[in-house]
Design a binder for this molecule. Structure first.
Ligand SMILES: Nc1nc2c(ncn2[C@@H]2O[C@H](COP(=O)(O)OP(=O)(O)OP(=O)(O)O)[C@@H](O)[C@H]2O)c(=O)[nH]1
Ligand SMILES: [Mg+2]
Length: 304
């Protein structure tokens, strides 16, 4: 048991090491040996936080709190950041993926192209299968030629079932998946969606239409409307989240490709600006490379 925990922790620590360097290491080493928070030190700190992709507003707020105060010393900056980051994550809400036993649980997964939606669905299907659940994948990306093939491979790997209808209307694929799941007592439906259509408006229309099908056919069963963000997109991720939430009312975020990224601070920016909890993190391309997001564990990994 202990071994498992420490391995898991090491994985995460490794995955966030670049982010830790950018967001914590660089900032702390530039500040902690200073005598006081001079304007020069504060501006330097703000620049470093912004370049770590924390967002301009959040960086300014953190630095403003340190201006004209005497309680916190530069030598305590590490602890200050740690507490602030923890508070931001806990204010954004529960990070536990919603799941209700003995009922159908639907997860709607959206995000721009290439962020890792289909991979996330493969990993999630595997996780649920490992827990003994009956899992159905709805291939709602009927736009991209190879998308359904890719999803098929993932579903086989994970041992999950799939509903796919080449070139059909995605909303009708999801309709069919819900009927099948209700008839055959599935525990989980994972809805994959397109990341790119002819234009943004079409994509948002299509997502809203799929969401309407779920709202009509199984309103009590929608557990998460999850946005997938690539950790490397940095601040652009915030903009994406704003657009998607207008179309489908997001409940949470999954952050992929955290492994190797130095821009993982987007987790904090999303929590701060949008009050959306991050619930899952992707730390590699393999089926097992998915972790539940735990705020304390994440912060410990960042701050060592
Ligand atoms: N390193 C790393 N790579 C990942 C992770 N998640 C996904 N990828 C890779 O990112 C690429 C795109 O992943 P997809 O799952 O196809 O992305 P998508 O959002 O479904 O893309 P579209 O269907 O085109 O919109 C693939 O090469 C994945 O292997 C992750 O957590 N870490
Ligand atoms: Mg895909």
């Amino acid at each position: 048991m202990f071994k498992f925990f420490s391995e898991k922790f090491n994985n995460l620590k490794q995955a966030v090491s670049n982010t830790a360097q950018a967001l914590v290491g660089n900032v702390v080493s530039s500040v902690e040996h200073e005598e006081e928070f001079s304007e020069f030190v504060l501006e330097d700190m703000e620049d470093l936080l912004i370049s770590a992709d924390l967002g301009v507003n959040y960086a300014a707020e953190l630095v403003d709190n340190l201006r004209d105060q005497t309680k916190i010393k530069p030598s305590e900056v590490k602890n200050y950041l740690k507490n602030e980051f923890l508070k931001t994550l806990s204010d954004a809400g529960d990070t536990k993926l919603k799941y209700i036993d003995n009922s159908l649980n639907i997860y709607f997964i959206a995000g721009v192209n290439g962020v890792g939606k289909t991979t996330l669905i493969g990993k999630l299907a595997y996780k649920f299968k490992q827990e003994g659940k009956k899992v159905l994948i709805a291939a709602g990306d009927t736009f991209r030629a190879a998308a359904e093939e890719q999803l098929d491979i993932w579903s086989k790997r994970a041992g999950a079932d799939i509903v796919r209808r080449d070139k059909a209307d995605p909303a009708s694929v999801v309709y069919e998946a819900i009927e099948k799941a209700q008839r055959e007592n599935y525990d989980v439906i994972l809805v994959d969606t397109a990341g790119r259509l002819q234009n943004k408006f079409n994509l948002m229309e299509e997502l809203a239409k799929i969401k309407t099908v779920i709202d009509k056919k199984a309103p009590e069963n929608l557990r998460e409307c999850m946005l997938v963000l690539d950790a490397n997109t940095g601040q652009n991720g915030l903009q994406q989240a704003k657009v998607f939430t207008e179309a489908v009312n997001l409940t949470s975020v999954a952050l992929t490709k955290l492994d190797g990224s130095a821009k993982g601070a987007i987790v904090l920016a999303v929590a701060k600006e949008l009050k959306l909890p991050v619930k899952l993190i992707g730390i590699g391309e393999k089926m097992e490379d998915l972790k539940s997001f735990d705020a304390n564990e994440f912060i410990e990994a960042l701050f060592e």
